[in-house]
Ligand binder design. Sequence first.
Ligand code: PHE
Length: 445
Amino acid sequence: SNPATVEINGKTYATDSWFNAPANVLASTSRKLHLQKDHPVSITRQILESKFPRPTFKYHNDFDPVVSTVENFDSLGFPPDHPGRNRSDTYYINKDMLLRTHTSAHEAALFRASESDGYLISADVYRRDEVDRSHYPVFHQMEGARVWDRAAVPGGDVAAAVYADLARLPTHDIPVEDPNPPFDPERNPLQAAHHTPSEAEAVAAHLKRSLELMVVEIFTRAKAAAARQDPNYVDEPLRVRWVEAYFPFTSPSWELEVYYAGDWLEVLGCGVTQQQILIDAQVPSKVGWAFGIGLDRIAMLLFQIPDIRLFWSRDDRFLGQFAGVSDDLARLRRFVPFSKYPACYKDVSFWLRSTLSAAGGNSRDASAQDFHENDLMEIVRDIAGDTVEDVALADAFTHPKTGRRSMCYRVNYRSLERTLTNAETNRLHDQVTQALVDKLGIEIR
Ligand code: PHE
């Protein structure tokens, strides 16, 4: 019962058997929270943009969320069998078009356009994922990139030019843990065919300082806000560390982690841009870096927002707390939670089809092999909307004789706006259960 066409931001797209975007997700494409004045995601974007000034950087904040599989994956060097391409992870409109899973989908086009030495892209991105207080199928990213042109420097080695730009960046005094070598032949290789070691080191040094300054800015503002609200506030010193990472479109690559409330949190991914992307974009003489940061998580830390669903709320008790901040960042305050309404847990226990009986049973039944947790997550969210706070596997076992797999998921229903009645939650849970039976072919225990 898929629609034959869907309209997204005023454009019509034909669907096919790949289509898997639920109505609530499609409806989110028009919200553009990163552009909504005084919205915490938008305020966070503004603060980050301030660290990457024009005209070196050009800002792009209105790119369409529907992109091709070429833009989202192929142009970035994702192999054909990369798991990110699966329908269990990504929202497809049809075989060739999808809702971008990251802002990197626009890298190739902007390198090709070659309008500036750097750019920032802020946008909504879409991923099928688990249901809890820090995951939502729609979130926001900022992509940043900076290039230097060999053709513009004598001798064609950009290292000196990059170091000269690095010397112009401010310094900071927070401790940074970075035990990593500049590159590692196995784990994190230099693109030796394209870059000299000193070029890669220079680009990495410029990248790391730029991003450290961005994180310092965010956390300095968060602490100032906390101190304005609570004169007795004692700040924990900010700690950051670099860890090696892998992305198909950068090498070497790193992630930056921030120590916050007892945990190391991964806040961004980055690296030296794969030269092949620049070659394909007809700018083979350019060398540079790229990063991608999740705006929602950063906003949650900055404003102490406990639940990602709040970003989608139109409740003035939420939005009202940020009024005027876009025009005057000194008015930034941490979020003061309005009373939390009670949680209501409901379990759903079911059998998957036996994987031992090859032919038997209804072909629509879910077997253990084709059960994807994200399908269940999405069905729950589709029915319960923003009244579902969390879905978690509570128990699973495989029957020793029949080979059938049993699973129990616990759904936590909790509205951000009111107390749900027990009768209402039961009705919702019955609908969820029925939808799981209809769509996944499971058998309720
Ligand atoms: N696109 C990556 C992600 O979504 C982040 C990234 C961007 C990494 C640019 C490296 C360079 O995880």
